[in-house]
Design a binder for this molecule. Sequence first.
Ligand SMILES: Nc1ncnc2c1ncn2[C@@H]1O[C@H](COP(=O)(O)OP(=O)(O)OP(=O)(O)O)[C@@H](O)[C@H]1O
Ligand SMILES: [Mg+2]
Length: 169
Amino acid sequence: MCLKSSLDSIECRDLLLSLTNDKLYLVMDKDEFPEIVFKKTPEVSIKIDSVEDLAYAKKVIEDFFCRKNWNKNKIFDIIISVSEAVSNVLKHAQNGNINIYYEDDSAYISVSDSGEGIEIEDIPRLIQKGESSKASLGMGFSIIIELSSAVWIHTNSNGTILIIMIEKF
Ligand SMILES: Nc1ncnc2c1ncn2[C@@H]1O[C@H](COP(=O)(O)OP(=O)(O)OP(=O)(O)O)[C@@H](O)[C@H]1O
Ligand SMILES: [Mg+2]
């Protein structure tokens, strides 16, 4: 289902930017990801196979950002948004990975999976509150977008990569 028939990827990207106040960027080609993911190695890497891994990831993330002296509210925002992204991996794709890149008081948190992906023309609908392909609340994407400074999404039949950027100040 799409907002209008045969939305192409460029139209989808423009629509997503306008729906999200320029926060959600649809990545068609992987080199459109923020440069940091190519030029730096992640400071944290966690494999996600189960809800136990999500609990472990929350603890690791809390410790990591405490060590960087982020305030409690920001750490809470990160944990909520990463939890939503990881829940999506577990709910819609089975397993995946979290990688955290860090530079100049900005964190880039990549949550990736090798699931079936999302139809690009469905994304503008699925980021709205209450939209879900499962018996779920359909709140994950809107929470992630609300709590972050920027989000990049790349998705196809080989999987989905979400990069969530959150700033310290
Ligand atoms: N990693 C993913 N792989 C495949 N589809 C996904 C993925 N993440 C999200 N989706 C699709 O996007 C939809 C919206 O995701 P969102 O997180 O907003 O809601 P939800 O997961 O369905 O419900 P909630 O997050 O409230 O439990 C999902 O229903 C699913 O169809
Ligand atoms: Mg979700």
